[in-house]
Each structure stands twice: as C-alpha cells, then as structure tokens.
Design a protein. Sequence first.
Length: 312
Amino acid sequence: MTSTTAVTAPPPERARPRGRAGGGLWRAVRSNRKAMTGLAILLLFTLVAAFPGLFTSVDDPDRLSYRPRLGISTAHLLGTTGLGQDIYSQLVHGTRESLIIAVVAGALATVLSVVVGVSAAYLGGLADDLLSLLTNVVLVIPAFPLVIILAKYAGKGSLTVILAVLVLTGWSYGANQLRVQALALRGRDFLASARVRGERRAYIIVFEVLPNMTSLIVANFLGAALYSVLSAAGLQFLGLGDPNSQSWGTMLYWAQNQQALQTGTPLWSIAPGLCVALLGVAFALVNYAFDEIGNPALRPVRRRERKERKRA
C-alpha cells in the first residue's frame, strides 16, 4: 500500500492595516523636539492673532487712556508707554499684522520661487538661461539695502508695499534651490513616461514634478517666512511702514522715537523685540526639523545610535 500524506497549505497572511495618509509624517514631526517646540510657539501666536480679545480687554491699544510710564502691575502687565498706552495690549494686537506679513509674504515668495525655479529647470534652453540669469542677479544684490531702497521709493505707509517688496527680494534663494532639485528630477523615468503618454508640460510640472519636491517647498516657505518677519520689523523700525498700524515693528519705531530705554520704559522696546525674535525662532526650528525629517544624515547622532542599539 502506498501512503499519501496530505499537504496542508500555509494559512493566508493577514493583510497589514494601512496607516492613514500623512501618518508617517505626523509621527516624525511628533517625535522631533524642534518641530514640536516651533509648532507650539506658532500655535500660540496664531491664537493671539486670531482672538486678541481672549488675551486683553483693551479694544483700542493706541488710545491714550493711562498715565505715562506706569510700571508693571496687575492692571498693566508690561507697564505703559511714554504716551500713556498699555504696552501689553499693543503687543497682543500687533501680533496679527506681524503674523500676516510672515505668512503672506512667505507664501507669495515661495510661489514665485516655484514658478521661476521649476520652469527654468524643466523648460531648459533659452528660458533656463534667462530665468537663471534673473535669479543670480537678484541673489548677488545685498537683500536688506535693496529692501530699504524699494520701500523708500515705492511709497511708505502701506502694508501692500511692504509685502510686495518682501516678495520681490525674497524669492531668489528658493528659486535657485528648486531649480537644482528639478534638474535632478528631469531625467527620471516617470517623467519620461509622462511625456511618452503625451501629457502637457503644465500637467507634468504640477502633478509629476511638484509632489516630489514637497519637503523642499515647505522648507523654502519657512525660510521665506523667517526672512519676512525680520525684514518687515526692520523696515517698520526704520519708519518705512505705516506708523499708525498695529505691529511689533511699529512698536519698536515709536519706542525708539520716544527714547524708551532712556526714559524708564524699557519694556516698550524689549517686549516687541523678543516677540519678533521668538517668532523667527519658531519658523527656524520648524525649518530645521523638516530638514532632519527629510534628510536622515542631519538627524542627531544620539538618536541614530539609540535606534541602532534597539535593532541590535
């Protein structure tokens, strides 16, 4: 008799549950201290800008309602200015314009960087030569003196002018980076297959090239926002903004005009200066964090050593 042995098939493997879209990025951001610190600061400033009434009961911070040069108290957390205004309420209400300048100017400069840099790399030829020449010319010109000249002759006193000047002077560095990245992608197989399918250039750039450059575009936005925060505060401090607007740079302008440091109201200058620096630090921290997330070589050595020990 011949005995037959039944062959049992191995049980089918259970399909692994797929994570949510963007879950990996959120986990990477959540485990990065720089990212969480920067995002926490940005969230705080966003809440203050969106809902100033939650943080101060003063509706008009420019109203001369108090005795000049009052010290710190429960009624005036940062004292009063030499003109009799509450410094804390000015600081709270000035957050909105400062944050708007950072986000709007950073976003518009990033859009201009993407249009110029990616178009130059993908189109090539004469278009690449002309756009690269324009980018390099703007790059070699000292940025802040150019900002001052443009703001001076474009007409001071307008938020639109400040935004336009910051965009025109803040796009070139990002355009240069994006052009280099797009040149590296131009010869990839997925772009060649899109061209063989007969896709239009605009479709290839928007749906094939840009999704592969998302991390670099985000990093450029954060860098442009940081540049806009510092440059706008400098312009307003020099009196090239609207002196009647509510922003941190305008506070610095009036504090300098009224000699706040010499007349016993140092917080009039120190508080907005610290806020400008803190907002800049927040954008810089998030920018560094995205660099670390996108490039493992930039991650701290201790974290890599810890992971290697766990694997071993």
